[in-house]
Every structure is written in structure tokens, then in C-alpha cells.
Design a protein around this ligand. Sequence first.
Ligand SMILES: [Zn+2]
Length: 467
Amino acid sequence: MSEAKHKNRGAVRWHHQSPTPQMSRGRLLAITAAIAIVSGVTFKSVTGFNGGGESAQLETPLDNTQQLETLNGAAPNSTHEKTAELSAPAAPSWREKIVKQGETLSQILQKAGYSNQEIHNITSQPQDGKSLVQILPGQTIAFKPDDAGELVGLRHIKSPLESVTYLRTDAGFVSQTVLRSPKSQETWATGIIDSSLFLAGEKAGLSQRMILDMANIFGGVIDFALDTRKGDTVQLVYEELFLDDKKFKDGEIIAASFTNQGETFNAFRYTDVNADTNYYNEDGVSMRKAFLMAPLDFTRVSSNFNMRRLHPIYKTVRPHKGTDYAAPTGTPVYAAGDGRVVQAGYTRANGNYVFIRHGDKYVTRYLHLHKRRVKSGQSVSQGQVLGTVGSTGSATGPHLHYEFLVNGKHRNPRTVYKDLPKATALPENEMANFRQTIKKANTQLAILNANNNMAMHNSSSSNDALN
Ligand SMILES: [Zn+2]
């Protein structure tokens, strides 16, 4: 950690272009060629948005005064009032309050000095008054007094995409809901891995959600904890959502490519005729496999180089029937596939352990857990947390010992997937549509991959200027 000052240590060099409206093939070529030349420079995400629900509250859509126009039509003198508001900021205006945990609308309005009668007037509003009972922490309540200090307007900003405004009229409060839809733009990111995918992606400003989404897509084909290598490359084509020309959040991954130790895996988002959306490789085979390659939160596995340091210890354990993942105590351990817990308990050798049966043929075992989170007999689904990494039983340090049995015989979890049932593929009659749908994204990935290779070959030379 003390060596963190070294600039490129532990970094994925992400080149992040944003936004890229309608990436044409030509445009993409031009941009990526330029990126390749400046390889070695770490690009921060232009927007620096971190994703996640709470960030949504950063947006303050109080300024879209146009929506009041309609409502004001019902209110006498409203046109005048509105003009005054726009030209003379001294007039009473909206006051905002972010709702705290456990806070009710009544409490908020009482604190602001409004009477119970006024509060009743607005919450008894027939159309939307009831929804004011369900204000949630993190949402915004804005209210507007008139010159006399009486409540003339209230706005419940449920999210940057939805708000309800209540305005006082002679006939009582009227409400209007405003729903906004963000504009989606396609963008892309590409990176070369130096060590940990997650830490480096985070450092480079790619949102956590994007990195985790990508890891989930490839969770059935790549063991991110043990297989990631320096020089692996990753490309993403994804959506960014904008409100008022500001990035609101990341959208969906449209396509992704991961080249791991020379082998490239592509994944494409596709919605089938039953309206189910999943990721498929270029042949229409689902990326969702019966088993995860790494049954734990790989982001906590600090680096695969640690594993090598640990290996000498476990070599003395003979015979070793599983895979060891060194990870900090408390790292979540996942069910590798859907199944049922057949044993969960403690022994001196295994420590806290969980065994899962998947159908008739397969059993997976998880040993040395710090905590168990499931009970014998319980059904579990793929990715469900079974417990956490620990060093209970005969373990010299915190790690997950993972075993895979086929028909009662131990198999190497790292290679057994080759003999597992094939993942589901799209039906033949849907393949034409699938190929058409992924065509553009497939081309984009190919170009990004080609340029990434070029960047890798050039990156060792220099950071020459563009002239
Ligand atoms: Zn082990």
C-alpha cells in the first residue's frame, strides 16, 4: 500500500469516451485510433458519476418551472405570481428539504411552521394526497409559502425521474405528476489490466455497478479471482442516461468483451421473443451457466499474486481436492449454482462448512467459513450468499476452500466446467433476428479489440504528442 504512489501500480488503464452519440463505424474508428495513440494515460470518466440510488438525489429538478404553467392556469393571479417569481428573486420561493430516516411529511411541515390544518389540506388532496404518507428517506420535499407565509405549493420529488407538485387553488390543492425519461446515449470504455480489475476500474472512474455488471455477465466463463492476468483486456459498449444534458446514471451494458490470457469472450444483450433479456455469446449461447467459475466476491480477492504466495502452504496438504481462494475474512461466498444445502455445520478439519447438491450429479463444498448464512435443507439459487470467508478448522489463513464433486468423485473445479451440461442456446428460429440485433455491437467490439491490441503494442514506447 505504501507503494501506491507509483502511478500505474494496480491500475487498469481505462480509456473512457463519453458520450458518443450513434457510434458509426467510421466515427468509432477515428476515436479509437486517437485513443490508441495516447495510451498510457489514464482517463477519468468525464462525468465522474458513481451510480447507485443515492446519487440520484444530486439532481435538483426544481428548476423545471414550465410544469407549473398548466397548474397555474387553474389558479387566479398565478400568471402574475409566476412572472414575479422569475424576474424578482426576492419573492418567496421553493424551499427544499431532504427527507431523513423515519421522518414524516407532518413533521417536516410542522418544523417549517405550518399548521395542522394546512397539512391536512394538502394530504387530503383527493388525487395524490395519499402518496404523501409514503415519503421515503433521501427523497426531497419542497414547499412554497406565499407572502403571508401560508403554504401555496408543495413538491414531492420521488426521484430525478418522478415528482408530484401540489398547488393551492380556490378549489383546494391540485396535483400534477411529472415523469421524465432520461436520454440514452451509447458509449464505450476499454481497458488493459495491470492487476485487479475491480480496484483499477474504480480508480479510473468507471462506476462500481458497471464493473459488477460486467463481472456478472462473465461469471460463468471467467474466474476473475484467479484467472485475471496482467495484459488482459476488456471492452464495454454501454448506455449512459442523461437528464438535462447531465449524466444521470449508467444504463445497460449492450455488449462486452473480455480477453483473458489470449482467449476472447464476447457477450451481447438480447431480448428474446418471450421478452426475456439475457446475455449471449456470438453463437447465441447463454452466458448464464449452471455454475459460477468463482463462488465468491472476487472484488475482495486482492490479487491473484497473493494466491501464489499462499500455495506453498497448501502444497503440504495432501491430497488437495479443491481450489483455494485467499480473501479477507468476511468476503461473501456464493452458491455456485442453484441447489439445496445438504449439509451445513462445523468440524475440526472443515471448520464451518456448507455442502450443496445440484440435481442428481453435482455437489459443491465450501469450507473454513467464518460465518454460515444457510441451513441444511434450504434451497439456494446461484449467487446467493452462503456465508463468509474465514479461517475456521484447519486453515492457516482466511481463504475459501472450494470442492466440486461429480457423481461423488472430486473433480478439479478449475477444469470441470468443460464436462458440464452445455448452457442453453437460442432456438434456431430466433438466430436470424439475434445476429441482426448484435451486428453493430459485434463490429464495435471487434474494432475496440483491434485498437486495444494496437495500444498494447505501442504503450511501452512513449507518450508522444499527437503531431
Ligand atoms: Zn484448500
